[in-house]
Design a protein around this ligand. Structure first.
Ligand SMILES: [Fe+2]
Length: 295
């Protein structure tokens, strides 16, 4: 099946490459609003623009999205579900992108709704040719509607399907190849999946096509004891783990210094602590930006 999105212009945003940002959430909005810390960008969820029709959080969100460069990150588009794509949602994304030429829009390679029921979780896909064709069609529709390529994020998942014939990196490579979409590389998700399934995180990372990555997410996962073993759960409730920082540095040197976001929305500490993590991202980006490979 031929993608219709091959006619889309390449992604071009006003957001500088080596930038470090923070996700805006209910737990940190007041501190960010009061303190106005030196962040390169904020990540905003379109769902919050729809669900929060008024109140303090919405007021702060509206103020802050005009005070900082933003990126838009969805968790409810449900690209992999069988229900029609939400046209109103995509129109809103298109409108916000028009107001913010620096922004890009991202969502996940997953599904999260069935008819009108939303599971509030990002569920894994059966990664085979049938799903691939379906996802290409859906991504094409979304991109045509918002008028620019989207970024696809790799999810954390704790099960795999026997009927899958692709691993996640190869599946996402095929998606980006056929649709012109890019990758939002969640380094923590990739690391946790690889460790949970007994794979080598760096080998998994290197499967991704070098030219497809346009952004990174970093977050802290939580280690849970299950029977005699450990499982890393993508909870966004603690600092980024050291092996994830190491993998991030490998990603930077291979894919380049793209905008990087810290996600921390559970057990949220004082903003000062979160900003230390953002500063560490900035140092990693800067260390890489001065090497010849990244120029
Ligand atoms: Fe993420």
């Amino acid at each position: 099946m031929q993608s219709t999105s091959t006619s889309l212009s390449p992604l071009s945003t006003g957001l500088a490459r080596a930038t470090a940002g923070l996700n805006l959430c209910h737990e940190n909005a007041s501190e960010v609003w009061h303190q106005r810390p030196p962040l390169d960008f904020l990540q905003i969820h379109p769902e919050h623009l729809i669900q929060e029709e008024g109140g303090t959080y919405r007021d702060q969100l509206d103020d802050l999205r005009h005070a900082y460069p933003i990126v838009l990150h969805g968790f409810g588009l449900s690209l992999g579900s069988c229900a029609p794509l939400d046209q109103d949602y995509l129109q809103l994304v298109k409108q916000v992108l028009k107001e913010h030429p620096e922004a890009f829009f991202s969502d996940h390679v997953s599904w999260s709704s069935l008819s009108h029921h939303h599971f509030h979780d990002l569920l894994p896909l059966v990664m085979n040719d049938e799903t691939l064709d379906y996802m290409v069609e859906r991504i094409d529709q979304a991109q045509e509607l918002i008028g620019q390529p989207i970024l696809l994020e790799n999810i954390s998942s704790y099960m795999r399907f026997r009927d899958s014939t692709y691993d996640e990196p190869s599946f996402i490579n095929a998606l980006t190849d056929r649709t012109g979409a890019y990758v939002l590389m969640d380094v923590n998700n990739l690391w946790a999946n690889a460790v949970n399934f007994g794979e080598n995180p760096l080998s998994q990372l290197m499967v991704y096509r070098q030219s497809s990555v346009r952004g990174y997410h970093l977050a802290g996962c939580t280690c849970k004891q299950v029977g005699n073993g450990e499982v890393f759960i993508d909870y966004h409730g603690e600092a980024v783990h050291e092996p994830v920082w190491e993998l991030y540095k490998e990603a930077l040197s291979h894919f380049g210094p793209w905008p990087t976001l810290l996600e921390w929305e559970n057990n949220v500490p004082k903003l000062e602590r979160t900003l230390q993590e953002v500063s560490r991202i900035r140092r990693c980006l800067h260390d890489l930006s001065v090497t010849p490979e990244a120029t």
